[in-house]
Design a protein around this ligand. Structure first.
Ligand code: SF4
Ligand code: SF4
Length: 286
């Protein structure tokens, strides 16, 4: 089945400021994350100049081992469920081995811990049979094609395979725009601007990111710290295996503290998404 995301919907998603239909639900959900981005790889088959996840800055990107991802998910699932779990990179199909093993884990022992899996792909790679089978075997799974036109040469063939195998997929509307998050430098914006930007930020509400053992407010924070472009402020993310969380309940409270945090994080001083400047999608870095 094909779902087309209408431009009216995407406009609504990015209306300024971002209207937050899940605000109350987020505050009521004590044992559930509404959305979680899980990084499968830092590698990408494209190099988008304005990638908000900062993949364009990796000089030696690495795949994440499936054991590490599964170990992190197991730790998280001891205290929280997840409604929508997104698997992404970079381009997740670059790391098909890990993606396949994570899908098998999510379809088996972790099945009760999630409601929906969404695999985000740029449509450059057509997965092999084993990976497709692992996706097909989990009816909670949907593929989202970013739909970058000529930059997504495998998309049509992959979508046809999905139709044949009964895998749900959606194509992002081509008129969908990106917001310019700006280069990763410290901006001289007012405290009021930074606070407002954080308060209305789509990423921190919909894209909390699980990456290399920690849970971050947003992917820009996660990768910016890894890349050494952002300050590494320990109390602004949650180390899932940190011994300071002696019980799963302590970890759950720390995760909720991150998800419900009112105060901006340091990374927001290095970000401009609250300017709502539109940029064309997927312009490749020279
Ligand atoms: S926007 Fe997507 S396709 Fe482009 S570099 Fe980032 S992860 Fe890769
Ligand atoms: S750095 Fe702050 S404003 Fe920018 S995407 Fe992350 S949470 Fe949002």
């Amino acid at each position: 089945m094909v779902f087309n995301v209408s431009s009216a919907l995407t406009d609504t998603l990015y209306r300024r400021p971002y209207t937050d239909p899940e605000a109350k639900l987020r505050l009521r959900s004590d044992t559930e994350l509404l959305h979680l981005d899980v990084v499968i790889t830092e590698c990408c088959s494209l190099k988008c100049r304005d990638c908000s996840n900062l993949m364009q800055y990796y000089e030696c990107p690495e795949n994440i081992a499936s054991d590490d991802i599964i170990g992190d998910l197991k730790k998280l699932f001891e205290c929280m469920r997840v409604r929508e779990l997104k698997l992404l990179g970079g381009e997740p199909f670059v790391n098909q081995k890990a993606l396949t093993e994570v899908m098998i884990y999510l379809s088996d022992t972790a099945s009760e811990s999630i409601d929906m899996i969404n695999i985000i792909t740029n449509g450059t790679i057509i997965p092999g049979d084993e990976c497709l089978q692992a996706i097909k075997n989990n009816p909670k799974t949907m593929i989202t094609f970013s739909n970058y036109g000529k930059l997504s040469p495998g998309q049509n063939e992959f979508a046809e395979l999905c139709s044949k195998l009964g895998i749900r997929y959606t194509l992002i509307d081509e008129t969908y725009f990106w917001l310019d998050y700006g280069r990763v430098i410290k901006y001289d914006e007012s405290v009021a601007f930074v606070r407002r930007q954080y308060k209305h930020c789509y990423s921190r509400k919909n894209c909390n990111t699980l990456y290399r053992g920690s849970l971050y407010a947003c992917p820009r924070q996660a990768h910016g710290i890894r890349l050494g472009l952002l300050p590494d402020v320990k109390d602004e993310y949650v180390g899932l295996h940190d011994p300071q969380y002696g019980s799963s309940d302590e970890l759950r409270r720390a995760v909720l503290g991150l998800v419900r945090r009112n105060k901006e994080i340091s990374a927001c001083h290095y970000c401009l998404n609250g300017k709502y400047i539109h940029v064309p999608r997927a312009v490749q870095k020279a």
